[in-house]
Design a protein around this ligand. Structure first.
Ligand code: FES
Length: 143
């Protein structure tokens, strides 16, 4: 099991329904381990956009959608569809004798450094429209 780190008991994982997750500390970060149809996927729990817990995100196929601003991350590569420099750590998952082991997967290619020509300036992001994500106060009228 070269490179795998023991992170705890896997019994909590076996009780998960498909698409739900548990968080384990590993490699100096929190890692969200999701149950899938075929097994498990594991990625960094902290969204690189504004820090939401991705364990509350929605997993569909290999796309994990952050619950805060709907950025999507590929759970095979960790790359975001919103910003190519925005990348999660992806872990290989192994369960042996009810114990969970994770191994940091090597990224397919290094994303550009923040501040390089292909990354946005600080004032460029996010381009999201807050009205789309936050509930508007109800108009109670004057009656
Ligand atoms: S915090 Fe995850 S998309 Fe904004």
């Amino acid at each position: 099991m070269s490179g795998f780190i023991h992170v705890g008991s896997a019994t909590r994982l076996t009780k998960l329904t498909r698409g739900s997750s548990r968080v384990y500390p590993c490699n100096g970060e929190d890692v969200a381990v999701f149950r899938t149809r075929d097994g498990y996927v594991a990625v960094s729990d902290t969204c690189p956009h504004m820090g939401a817990s991705l364990s509350h995100g929605r997993l569909a196929g290999n796309q994990l959608e952050c619950s805060w601003h709907e950025w999507k991350f590929n759970t095979d590569t960790g790359v975001s569809d919103a910003r190519d420099w925005c990348c999660l750590n992806v872990y290989d998952v192994r369960i042996e004798k009810d114990e969970l082991y994770l191994r940091l997967r090597v990224r397919p290619e290094k994303p550009p450094e923040k501040g390089s020509a292909s990354t946005p300036a600080d004032d460029d992001w996010p381009e999201w429209d807050p009205d789309r994500f936050f509930k508007k106060p109800k108009d109670h009228g004057n009656d």
